[in-house]
Design a binder for this molecule. Structure first.
Ligand code: FDA
Length: 347
């Protein structure tokens, strides 16, 4: 069932190799010219700068107008479900599991949030009809969390029930730190009401996460562990990447040993190698965890792990509300700006 890389994959892989060369060049320049602390600060500066610029109306207008051409299409499987389905199928044929997301967040009117619920039910029907190995990840602010916690709970409950009817699973993404409490409360209420086909996400960058994990342990949760993609103050999150990575390692170990199912969501090869060794050393079976990566990022690593028999799920979003998602991908890696600039020059 697994197929060789097609032309699209080869292009993505070539662009990935080039981006890593740019990363290395940036790192080498930083190492040659700046002390380590200054290099890390420079990367942090780019990251915060891009995340802050996300709120700027001029930048937002420009990126929304030209972003798909400038590089957003690398991370998004299309603007419609019809465009996303063949992408999901191709990934499945390559031996990769997938999840999909209708892009969108921060919805502030009830009618839109209710339309999103209907859309997700339609997506779940289509996944079943197409027999895709795809589950769904969604954001609570897309379902109206800002309009009230009970409203968002009712909405996500409908989707979780609909998914259960198809034997499918819903992952509730984690948004910025101010949303962690309501998100975890909603997750807990769903689980306590007997819904088992739902999981959520914890972020290693937040100081609070080890405590959140301990609180969730009695639920035997299904959790995805990520580093965290949002701009957070030093009062709630580690400012240094080295601390975020160390926390990730520790949390991953605790999850693998103690929870129902762990999704290791990272493209960081050192962490992936650490998890692989840890699971062998502690006899943790392949049915207890999976790796997750984002569509368009490190495709060869995804396929390589799957070929070695590991479960790999590719998060493959679609929709026309890709702006915030795209800006977070740019912020994760300053070298991505190089591609944006190159695409700008190519016109
Ligand atoms: P790190 O940033 O150290 O990157 C390791 C390597 O991966 C880089 O050197 C580079 O090669 C590659 N890489 C990483 N990001 C890249 C990019 N944007 N473009 C190109 N190459 C890149 N966050 C969150 O706050 N809430 C959530 O719910 C989720 N959900 C989620 C699901 C899945 C499946 C993934 C993989 C990630 C998320 N995230 C997330 C995002 C996460 O918090 C984090 O920002 C990214 O995964 C980047 O961090 P890494 O762990 O890959 O490490």
């Amino acid at each position: 069932m697994r197929q060789n890389l097609d032309v699209g994959d080869r292009l993505a892989a070539a662009s990935d190799r080039a981006a890593r060369a740019v990363d290395r060049a940036i790192e080498a320049t930083i190492a040659a010219n700046l002390p380590n602390r200054a290099g890390a600060a420079l990367n942090g500066f780019f990251r915060s700068g891009i995340l802050m610029a996300t709120q700027n109306p001029v930048i937002s207008r420009l990126v929304r107008r030209f972003g798909m051409r400038l590089g957003a299409s690398r991370f998004v499987a299309g603007e419609t479900l019809d465009q996303a389905v063949p992408v999901l199928r191709r990934l499945n044929e390559q031996g990769l599991l997938t999840n999909t997301t209708l892009l969108g967040e921060g919805v502030r009117d009830r009618a839109t949030a209710l339309r999103v619920v209907d859309e997700y039910c339609r997506i779940l029907d289509r996944i079943a009809a197409e027999r895709l190995q795809t589950n769904v990840a969604l954001k609570l602010t897309h379902l109206g969390l800002d309009l009230g916690e009970d409203f968002a709970l009712d909405n996500v409950r409908q989707i979780v029930r609909h998914a259960a009817g198809h034997g499918n699973f819903i992952r509730i993404d984690m948004e910025e730190s101010a949303r962690v409490d309501p998100t975890l409360r909603i997750y807990r209420r769903l689980r306590e009401a007997g819904h088992d086909n739902v999981g959520t996400v914890l972020q290693s960058m937040l100081y609070r996460t080890p405590r959140d994990l301990e609180d969730l342990l009695p639920l035997r949760p299904n959790l995805r562990l990520v580093k965290g993609a949002y701009l957070e103050p030093a009062s709630v999150a580690y400012p240094k990447k080295a601390d975020v990575d160390r926390a990730y390692r520790e949390l991953a170990e605790r999850m693998l040993l103690n929870i129902g199912y762990t999704a290791i969501a990272t493209h960081d090869e050192r962490l992936i190698a650490h998890v692989l060794k840890f699971t062998i050393d502690h006899h943790i079976g392949d049915d207890r965890f999976e790796f997750q990566m984002l569509y368009g990022i490190r495709p060869q690593l995804q396929i390589g792990l799957a070929e070695r028999g590991h479960r790999v799920r590719v998060a493959t979003p679609f929709g026309d509300e890709w702006y915030y998602f795209f800006m977070r991908r740019l912020a994760e890696r300053p070298a991505n700006l190089f591609f944006l600039a190159r695409n700008l020059v190519k016109g």
